[in-house]
Design a protein around this ligand. Sequence first.
Ligand code: PLP
Length: 406
Amino acid sequence: MELNEKSVKKLKEDFPIFKNNPGLVYLDNAATSQRPSIVIRALVDFYEKENANASRGVYTLAEKATERYAEARKVVANFIGANPNEIIFTRNATEGLNLLSYTLTSIIPQGKNEILLTEMEHHSNLVPWKQLAKSEGFKLKFVKVKNDFTLDMDDLKEKLTEKTAIVSVTHVSNVLGTINPVEEISRLGKEKGALVIIDGAQSAPSLKTDVKKIACDFFVFSSHKILGPGGIGVLYGRIELLEKMKPFNFGGGMIKKVTLSETEFTSPPERFEAGTQNIAEAIALAESIKYLEKIGLDNIHDWEIELVNYALKKLKEIEGIEIYGPSENKVGIISFNLKDIHPHDVASLLNDSGIAIRAGHHCAMPLMNRLGVVGTCRASFYIYNTLEDVDALVEALKKVMEKFGK
Ligand SMILES: Cc1ncc(COP(=O)(O)O)c(C=O)c1O
């Protein structure tokens, strides 16, 4: 389905939040997306009609819950080009990265003691590795961000060595909107025998993902950013690696056999899903994926680009605006500052006009340092945003400038 101003206005009717908040201009999609009724309905339906624990009981409801949970895993696997046994349900992208930081030491070869990250990582793909470096003595290295807001690939090649154990890179920057060349990064990482992790939190919403084409070892994303419910995320792992990795959490649902003296763990993905899972959320996540696939990820990205290009053209008319992000190869995210006005002041004044944007460091403090700012304003677009939303943003920003006498 092609997205344009008219079809988007129609599609917006699927999202009850807009009916319940008339006039809302929601431009904080990189933080979390809104949910269509079909996803909300899937949650309610499960609890009202089908609730039981999965992978445990033999009665009809329990078997149905087990079946629906397994079906959801298949939908997720298909969404990113993986096999169902390579999909682990987590709480969010952050938990997926933490799981890796706790478990990968069990498969890292001797002599490899470096972790390569970039200056543009979200704290979720930074702090877990910093903790691992502290506890296990790994050395962290960071690929530089160039002045054109893209990754410095020469720097990456220089910093990648035979000692690199892990390369963990965001697919898309949550601040700059930059799309990183993850296929090339995976290839280069593999050449050095490193494990390659891609943080897909900001790419999964609008870029068609094929983990086999990227050829990464692991890929994480969150449901709440792709129209799905909160409290559930996804970790993809290459099955050959998952089979060798030690579990993350221990308890029910992840064992083959337990005696008082011994424990035998089950195979992936269950090995990494201890305890009762978010069954309703997995089912609702599958609904959000079906909804996105019906529209088509390419159509979604095209519409984001149309919105972003229109916004950039109009924003540049505001004298004194500073925009942080590449001119091409990006998603629907724009970071900016208005002269020396604090981003929080801008966001508060925009709120008075019913416009929701994010302001601050966006959980990317090292990138703020690199940009030489304390924070930025960030407008991020998704499938229900219109060109009218962009007009409203630009008009409101002009008023902010007037208010501050700029
Ligand atoms: C690039 C990136 N990685 C990781 C995360 C963490 O996602 P979550 O908070 O859903 O775990 C975010 C969230 O904004 C993000 O933008």
